[in-house]
Ligand binder design. Structure first.
Ligand code: HEC
Ligand code: HEC
Length: 287
């Protein structure tokens, strides 16, 4: 086995040397489609729903840039799973999807209960994302697994305007975001950090801030960090460090939960690719 491997390896090297550098590149980029003699022949007459679909590379390339700003921070830049989203390459839905007909409804409606927001994308954009997902090799050597997705930087002036509209109610470049462009120097990590704080796929992560809760009792309002909530009790820790637990029956007492990242989740569907790149370009300038 070992000897055979070495023999075919040196045969391969000889072929490559003879074939020259140009066709070496061609061979590498086509290797997905080629069958090496060692592989079993593909079953020809039974269509395999999981077989890689033929993908238009231009479509996939457009899908990659959509995916990288809207989906990557949850599902990972290579779709093999991220901090909060599952691996999409092993997903039954993605594997059986042909060109977006199964992935589309999930993108459009999200899975809000499970933490996936809905996205307002067009049919064309969905087919681009589907083409990108279908273009990723599912198995094999995971070549390119760590190849970073390049973040094109947009126009910082347009970004500053978008920031004033979308972000200034909670952030300021001289206040809580002072120095952000120096703190996170990798544009991709910077982009992840503001698209969805606390899910910086790969880069050092900020811890997502805890949810807060306000309980309105007959004696007044009690506010603090949410520790636990179910149909029967709610517990919180006040800013003085005191743990309080309240029994609940129906809507009594009144309980309001606030997720500090609600603002970010609500903004997600409002970005265009361009505004995302513009805002990142602006953040880079915040020293
Ligand atoms: C904020 C995080 C988040 C973002 C952003 C996000 N997802 Fe998801 N996604 C999830 C989670 C969590 C699930 C698992 C839901 C469940 O358990 O049913 C999921 C499920 C899915 C599924 C179904 C997988 C299956 O097998 O059931 C698909 C397909 C999917 N996401 C695609 C996308 C695409 C495409 C995008 C970008 C347009 C995207 N997601 C953006 C978190 C996210
Ligand atoms: C409704 C309020 C709200 C809005 C609107 C909002 N954010 Fe945030 N943002 C937060 C909260 C809360 C955090 C969590 C970090 C914290 O607790 O300081 C956060 C975190 C961040 C972080 C991470 C900070 C770090 O140190 O890593 C960045 C960057 C950021 N936001 C940028 C933006 C940008 C850019 C926009 C507009 C496109 C925006 N935010 C809109 C509330 C908001």
């Amino acid at each position: 086995m070992k000897r055979l491997g070495r023999a075919s390896h040196s045969a391969l090297i000889t072929t490559l040397v003879l074939a020259g550098v140009g066709s070496l590149f061609a061979a590498l980029s086509n290797s997905e489609a080629q069958t090496t003699p060692a592989q079993a022949p593909a079953p020809f007459n039974r269509p395999n729903p999981y077989a890689r679909k033929p993908v238009d590379p231009a479509l996939a390339e457009q899908g990659k840039s959509l995916y990288s700003v809207r989906c990557a921070f949850c599902h990972g830049s290579d779709a093999r799973g991220g901090e909060s989203g599952p691996n999409l390459l092993r997903s039954e839905t993605v594997l059986t999807d042909q060109s977006g007909e199964l992935i589309g409804p999930i993108i459009l409606h999200g899975r809000p209960q499970q933490g996936m927001p809905a996205f307002d994308l067009s049919e064309v954009q969905i087919s681009q994302i589907a083409a990108f997902l279908h273009s990723i090799p599912v198995s094999g050597n995971e070549r390119g697994r760590n190849a970073p997705i390049k973040i094109p930087l947009g126009d910082a002036v347009a970004g500053e305007k978008a920031f004033a509209e979308k972000c200034a109610s909670c952030h300021s470049p001289t206040g809580n975001l002072k120095g952000i462009g120096q703190k996170i120097t990798d544009p991709r990590a910077l982009q992840q950090s503001w698209l969805m704080p606390g899910m910086r796929g790969g880069a050092p992560s900020v811890v997502a801030p805890a949810k807060r809760v306000t309980v309105s009792t007959t004696g007044g309002k009690v506010n603090g960090k949410l520790l636990r909530i179910d149909d029967f009790i709610v517990s919180l820790k006040t800013d003085d460090g005191e743990v309080r637990t309240f029994e609940r029956t129906g809507n009594v007492p009144k309980v309001e939960v606030l997720d500090p990242l609600d603002g970010h989740i609500r903004l997600l569907p409002t970005y265009t690719d361009q505004s995302i790149h513009d805002i990142t370009a602006y953040l880079v300038t915040i020293k």
